[in-house]
Design a protein around this ligand. Structure first.
Ligand code: FE2
Length: 217
């Protein structure tokens, strides 16, 4: 297993060079766009309101991880592929102003592809789209059955995970997943409080082992 562990994985699609990062992000080399998905900000507060004792520290950690990524990679643009928020019912004033200050703090453009959880979550200074194309890439939140052999659809929503067996133990890791039949590439959930679903066997997968290592399966 050790020999397959890497600090990032690069895949090519037509004119695009796509770097899969263990920080649960994708960097498109040609356009210098940084993609993340499914942060689910406010999730802790949403469940706390329902009597489920989840930590509310997690958003601070999610913001810190975004700051670090942008500081290290210096992208031209940050694209969030949906589910920036968890629910319109758990957005505090503090959370909203942290999100609205993000572009100013990071000194980059931020765009949001609207996810199903973002409905009714209004942020004044982050432009939002249903989907976007860039080079031969189609960005969306939910996968799109696009039928165009030249397009790769990069999306979130599914929160893919994969089991890795070692001796008698079996551990689930977040992963990137590629459906080679439909040309859909799924990002793992960026948010620390958001888990995932074990993805289909036929998908090609890259498991996130730690913040600095990724494993080609
Ligand atoms: Fe999500």
């Amino acid at each position: 297993m050790k020999s397959k562990l890497k600090n990032s994985i690069t895949i090519k699609w037509k004119d695009s060079t796509i770097e899969l990062l263990p920080s649960k992000a994708i960097l498109i080399k040609e356009t210098n766009e940084l993609l993340i998905s499914d942060i689910h900000l406010g999730k802790g507060e949403y469940y706390q309101a329902k009597g489920i004792p989840l930590t509310n520290n997690q958003d601070h950690i999610n913001f810190a991880r975004i700051y670090q990524l942008v500081k290290n990679l210096k992208p031209k643009k940050l694209l969030i592929l949906g589910d920036l928020f968890h629910s319109k019912f758990s957005i505090s004033k503090e959370l909203l102003s942290r999100v609205e200050d993000l572009s100013h703090i990071l000194k980059i453009k931020i765009e949001l592809i609207e996810g199903n959880h973002d409905k009714g979550c209004n942020v004044i200074n982050i432009p939002r789209f249903k989907m976007k194309t860039s080079l031969n890439l189609l960005y969306s939140h939910e996968p799109i059955d696009h039928q165009d052999p030249n397009l790769l659809n990069i999306c979130g929503h599914y929160h893919p995970k994969v089991y890795i067996k070692n001796m008698k133990t079996k551990i689930a890791f977040k992963c990137f997943a590629l459906d080679e039949k439909k040309n859909n590439l799924y990002l793992p959930a960026f948010g620390d409080l958001t888990g995932g679903h074990i993805c289909r066997n036929e998908f090609k997968k890259w498991a996130i082992i730690s913040e600095s290592t990724i494993l080609e399966i």
